[in-house]
Design a protein around this ligand. Sequence first.
Ligand code: 5GP
Length: 208
Amino acid sequence: LSMRRIPMNKGRVFIISGPSGSGKDTLMKKVFEKAPDILFSISSITRPMRVGEAEGEKYNFISRERFEEMIANDELLEHNVFVGNYYGTPKAPVLNAVNDGKNMLIEVDVNGAYQILEKIPDAVSIFIMPPSLEILKARLTGRGTDEQSVIDKRLFEALREISCAKDYDYIVVNDDLETAANEFVSIISVDKFKTDRNLELINKILNK
Ligand code: 5GP
């Protein structure tokens, strides 16, 4: 028991990944309605803001110069280049949350997930899956505005990410949104019963 690494009373890092077409963003919103006490890591990114996005909600929109400074200063837990732009997870908010005993959700691509797991091996990883190839294709085509070549590229990327799903601790299939959100929250809920989060209680009783 004493060999286990996670210090007691610490919060858990939950890593969420899922391809475009998995409905990850909508699912995350639902999860926060159901579990408002979990914190969300705001990524720093260099891509331009899209219509409907706001600074500081899901992302901090920063310059390339500032991003490269963050890399140089070791301010990032992980970072990656996605379609020519930088995406990264600032380290301090994650470490502060965990030290305060709070759970932190970090949404990253598969590459970012591997980087976080190297640094925080006891992070819990959850992969959001589309229910079937047919539904994935339909969701990627759904907007109806993109050319076939763009859709094909998205589908290829999605399948590449799905091929890494087997490395995650949990798979949540996003078919019915409400069901998927409940399943996701149940993974977070059960985590507090894991032995590594209850070592203090065991020690307290044994040391009396
Ligand atoms: P989008 O530009 O569509 O918002 O996001 C593109 C991809 O970047 C998505 O797969 C998303 O999960 C991923 N992503 C978002 N934030 C981060 C981050 O902080 N680090 C990494 N590695 N990927 C991120």
